[in-house]
Design a protein. Structure first.
Length: 177
């Protein structure tokens, strides 16, 4: 046989085998199953790629939030302070629990609610501070025992001031004050 005839015969047999393979019901089902599996895998791959993109976006948002938190912490000082209370209301025959007893703060203001005694080396006098349970107070006073992370909140009611005791409270102040 010459070469052309052999090639035609081989191609013909190959095509015949292919059609025979494809025409068998078992093989057609297998091909269809494989096609469905490929489609499912493509769908899962797309879903995974979308998840990877979402994770990248969430990581970026997380980094931005971290930067915002660091900026906030740079601008604000936050800490736990030991807090006590003082008042100017004296009871006849008893010691006043206001340091000097003259009714004036270290800055010369008449003592009143809304003021807090601080260590000026920690919180400068005149600063606005937020004190847990009290809100915003003004650092207008000092005290002999008020050193470091200690504050003394002014409470106008003598019994409430005495009952206050010692408490650990969160104190926040703006850094640039």
């Amino acid at each position: 046989m010459n070469r052309k005839k052999l090639i035609i015969l081989a191609v013909g047999m190959g095509i015949g085998l292919l059609f025979g393979f494809l025409s068998q019901p078992d093989q057609t089902e297998k091909i269809e199953e494989l096609h469905n599996e490929v489609n499912q895998l493509e769908s899962e791959l797309i879903d995974r790629q979308e998840l990877v993109e979402e994770i990248k976006e969430l990581r970026q948002e997380n980094e931005e939030l971290k930067e915002q938190i660091e900026q906030f912490l740079d601008e604000w000082r936050i800490g736990e302070f030991e807090a006590t209370a003082y008042t100017h209301v004296a009871v006849p025959g008893q010691a006043d629990i206001n340091g000097t007893g003259d009714g004036l703060t270290a800055t010369g203001e008449p003592v009143r609610e809304g003021f807090v005694a601080v260590d000026p080396d920690v919180i400068p006098l005149g600063s606005e501070v937020w004190v847990e349970g009290f809100g915003w107070l003004k650092a207008e006073d000092t005290g002999g025992a008020i050193k470091g992370k200690r504050i003394d909140v002014f409470i106008d009611d003598r019994q409430a001031a005495l009952s206050f005791g010692r408490q650990n409270l969160i104190v926040i102040r703006e850094e640039n004050e």
